[in-house]
Write a protein that binds this ligand. Structure first.
Ligand code: NAP
Length: 348
């Protein structure tokens, strides 16, 4: 194997991208070197480039979703073998980011890909499933709503009969919230999306899909009440702009919890002590989210094999890593129930 690889580098803060040769990193104890066959694009990637978030050291490799093949085992790794097909979440450092051909990851947050899932499909899962799972199943001190995960003992179906409202069910995050909510037993699972995504979201587990283009946010509360009169004690706002946050906070019943994927924008004058706001950070590399990640990745292969967790719809980006900058612009302009996926090994 060559000592060098191709990486897509963000050359400076809010600067431009370029494909360049970089050294292939070495796995440390407990880590794997993975050859990346597919990496998915996420809004955070264009936000880092446009707004200058998170990363201070440049040139920087971005990307936090990978599917590929294990190429090297770090000391002490026994749960994987060279040649295993795996998926995992990346991190915001050059050795562990995924817009490159090789990356490093701790083995405890990696899962094998079952035969019914392709590399492209597998790459759509890690970041957004982590965001759904950390938001719902992490403990409160660690930034979660504190529910029991369905893959842990006693967790499957535990919340049967409790309603959940998912704002933005067709977003990548929303699709995974619907799927894990179904495994947890939440019902009904009411979501908002464009009407053309209704059948797809019902196939993932949504019970009711409210057409966001036909029902303005000002009418969402009454539309939800037509479905269920019981108080809604759990909202996952997978969009979290100021309008969706304020609308869903108003729908949330006292004693309930709302999970947000972006910083809180709920009017301070409307906030009350009896409604809990959870701000999720969906990355299983960091200590506060690691336990959820380890538990999830232990069970992920089985969940994928059974079809309990399904991948997003894939749209492959042309030209490998070189195609990512244009694809990030496309993502910023808006996608609908789909994930843009690049294949780093196809970089010319
Ligand atoms: N905190 C974290 O750790 C974390 C992690 C991941 C993502 N995020 C953030 O979460 C947000 C979603 O990310 P993503 O990757 O899931 O997005 P995405 O897949 O790119 O979102 C596209 C979808 O959003 C839906 N949508 C847009 N505006 C909507 C609205 N007002 N109401 C309902 N649906 C709406 C569209 O639905 P239709 O096409 O059906 O109309 C479309 O399917 C982003 O802001 C991202 O930065 C945060």
């Amino acid at each position: 194997m060559s000592a060098q690889q191709k990486s897509l580098l963000l050359l400076e803060k809010q600067g431009s991208f370029a494909v360049q040769n970089t050294d292939i990193p070495k796995p440390g104890p407990g880590e794997l070197l993975v050859e990346i066959h597919a990496t998915a694009l996420n809004p955070v990637d264009w936000k880092i480039q446009v707004y200058g978030y998170f990363i201070q050291d440049f040139p920087a490799v971005l990307g936090t979703d990978a599917a590929g093949v294990v190429k090297e085992l770090g000391e002490g790794v026994t749960s994987f073998a060279i040649g295993d097909k795996v998926l995992h979440q990346g991190y915001f450092t050059n050795r562990s980011a995924t817009f490159q051909q090789y990356t490093i990851v701790p083995a405890e947050i990696v899962a094998k890909i079952p035969p019914n899932v392709t590399f492209d499909q597998a790459s759509t899962i890690p970041l957004t499933l982590a965001t759904a799972s950390c938001g719902l199943y992490n403990t409160k001190p660690n930034g979660g709503a504190g529910f029991s995960a369905p893959w842990e003992e006693g967790g499957f179906g535990k919340y049967a009969g409790q309603p959940i409202l998912v704002i933005g069910g067709s977003s990548s995050v929303g699709q995974h919230v619907i799927q894990v909510a179904k495994l947890s037993g939440f019902s009904p699972i009411i979501t908002t999306a464009s009407a053309h995504n209704e059948a797809y979201l019902k196939s993932l587990g949504a019970t009711h899909v409210l057409d966001r283009n036909a029902i303005p946010l000002s009418s969402l509360s009454s539309a939800v009440k037509e479905i269920i009169q019981e108080p809604i004690k759990l909202v996952y706002d997978a969009i979290s702009d100021a309008d969706t946050q304020n609308t869903s906070y108003a729908i949330l019943a006292p004693g309930g919890k709302i999970v947000l994927v972006l910083p809180v924008a709920i009017d301070e004058s409307k906030r009350t002590e009896d409604k809990e706001i959870v701000n999720v950070f969906g990355n299983v590399h960091v200590p506060a989210q690691r336990a959820v990640g380890v538990s999830l990745y232990k069970n992920l292969t089985t969940l994928l094999e059974a079809g309990d967790i399904k991948p997003n719809n894939v749209e492959v980006v042309p030209n490998g890593l070189a195609g990512i900058p244009a694809a990030l612009e496309k993502l910023r302009a808006g996608v609908s129930a789909s994930k843009l996926v690049a294949r780093p090994l196809e970089t010319s």
